[in-house]
Ligand binder design. Structure first.
Ligand SMILES: [Zn+2]
Length: 266
């Protein structure tokens, strides 16, 4: 989708994120910072990071990273994740078992230009764990290595898709989470039920393969986290896409804990 974040001119990163920065200022459970800040073509760019934890109490929490805007021309994921973060802060109960690391703009240069690629012309989602020279990829790889996430979720949009769909990578847990996520998204958007999506075999909107070089856990991480990629239909109304992302993310948090509890009780 060759879309931009707004019709009337491009917002700066700060304008785009200012509702969340304001919210974080007054929040007990949401903190805002940046993975890194740098200069590009005379412009200040940064990779924004938000961290959610309902209370300061030290206890076992599931650590999940959610990434959007890896392709700069896919605004729905960015806005959907921002909606989700706002809802988390307003209803922290939905995230009570989690420590969430939220990265709404993973390709800040591309997002500001409205291009899929980074400022240097690379598709960042083909560069991971391959010795990439891309700044954003190096920063995100370092972040992913340091956090050792239990789950990784990436948000994308597909301008050839008639409906919402997803990829589940890794063990059975990913599949068990994707199904309720797609069901929840259906409250906002139809599901893509084609037997082949983006060249991959799909069943009921679920795909179990993926491209190489996508944002994911390092191959050597043990245990591997659950990994989900959610794809909205980029040509559908933006409001429906962001709503579908928000509902899908909530469903994943809701479903994750019973699965974990069941697993440990076996
Ligand atoms: Zn994408």
């Amino acid at each position: 989708m060759h879309g931009r974040l707004s019709e009337g001119g491009r917002p700066s990163l700060r304008e785009l994120l200012s509702p969340l920065y304001t919210q974080a200022l007054h929040s007990h459970c949401l903190r805002a910072d940046a993975v890194s800040v740098w200069e590009s073509d005379g412009e200040t760019l940064w990779l924004p990071r938000f961290r959610f934890q309902r209370t300061p109490v030290v206890k076992e929490r599931h650590k999940v990273g959610i990434f959007a805007g890896i392709h700069g021309d896919e605004p729905a994921g960015i806005l959907g994740l921002m909606d989700f973060i706002r809802e988390l802060d307003e209803t922290p109960e939905i995230g009570r078992h989690f420590e969430l690391f939220l990265y709404p703009v993973c390709n800040p240069g591309g997002t500001l230009s409205g291009t899929r690629a980074s400022r240097s012309g690379k598709d960042l989602n083909r560069e991971f764990w391959r010795g990439s020279q891309e700044k954003e990829v190096q920063l995100l790889e370092r972040e992913i290595l340091a956090r050792q996430f239990d789950g990784i979720i990436a948000l994308h949009s597909d301008d050839t898709a008639p409906g919402f769909y997803g990829f589940a990578r890794g063990d059975v847990l990913a599949r068990q989470l994707l199904s309720p996520a797609l069901s929840a998204a259906e409250q906002a958007q139809p599901r893509d039920v084609r037997p082949f999506i983006d060249g991959f075999k799909a069943v009921n909107g679920m795909i179990h393969e993926s491209y190489d070089g996508i944002l994911c856990a390092p191959p050597q991480q043990i245990p591997q986290p659950f990994e989900l990629i959610l794809e909205s239909p980029a040509l559908a109304p933006l409001a429906d896409q962001r709503n579908a992302f928000r509902l899908a993310l909530k469903a994943i948090l809701h479903e994750y804990c019973p699965f974990i509890a069941y697993g440990t009780n076996l």
